[in-house]
Design a protein around this ligand. Structure first.
Ligand code: RP5
Length: 163
């Protein structure tokens, strides 16, 4: 029997992986089961529908969706499922990811799409947000998240040191 994946990381292109690998790293650190897939809303629309139709039966609990430019993948997936979708705007060469950010964040009312920061910080926070959602249901994950936050707080020095 296949292991149940709690989180699904999807991206519009192979070129997005250099950013979304930072989501993967956090999920690995927390030992969360996940999958990763390339699904382009405009280049592989049939793959998108097939994926969206499989989300509920595969019991995926959170989706991290990254895309760049006219980034409609996160919004389309959110429209096709009631599972929470977290959008990660990928930095682009021409507009530095502002295009991706606005495409993802500016969803009309009715289909929510919580959107993180552009690029690596957004990828990291998308995984932490996914973990936060999962922690409502899984006490072990909640404990790990609390410990992560404690460690993070403890790592911040009170006085700056000279460079
Ligand atoms: C989007 O187009 C992808 O999410 C990617 O960020 C962007 C560019 O894709 P490539 O031309 O690098 O494949 O669909």
């Amino acid at each position: 029997m296949k292991e149940k994946k709690l989180v699904s990381i999807i991206m519009g292109s192979q070129s997005d992986w250099k950013i979304l690998c930072h989501s993967e790293k956090i999920l690995k650190d927390f030992k969360i089961s996940y999958e990763k897939k390339i699904i382009s809303a405009h280049r592989t629309p049939e793959r998108l529908y097939k994926y969206a139709n499989s989300i509920h039966e595969r019991e995926i609990e959170v989706i991290i969706a990254g895309a760049g430019g006219a980034a409609h993948l996160p919004g389309m997936v959110s429209a096709l499922t009631s599972v929470p979708v977290l959008g990660v705007p990928i930095e682009t060469k021409t507009l530095k990811g502002l295009d991706s950010l606005l495409s993802i964040v500016q969803m009309p009312a009715g289909i929510p799409l919580p959107t993180l920061a552009i690029g690596k910080p957004g990828a990291i926070n998308s995984a932490l947000a996914a973990i936060s959602i999962l922690s409502n249901k899984y006490p072990l994950i909640k404990n790990k998240l609390i410990n992560f936050r404690k460690k993070q707080s403890n790592s911040i020095k009170k006085i700056p040191i000279d460079d």
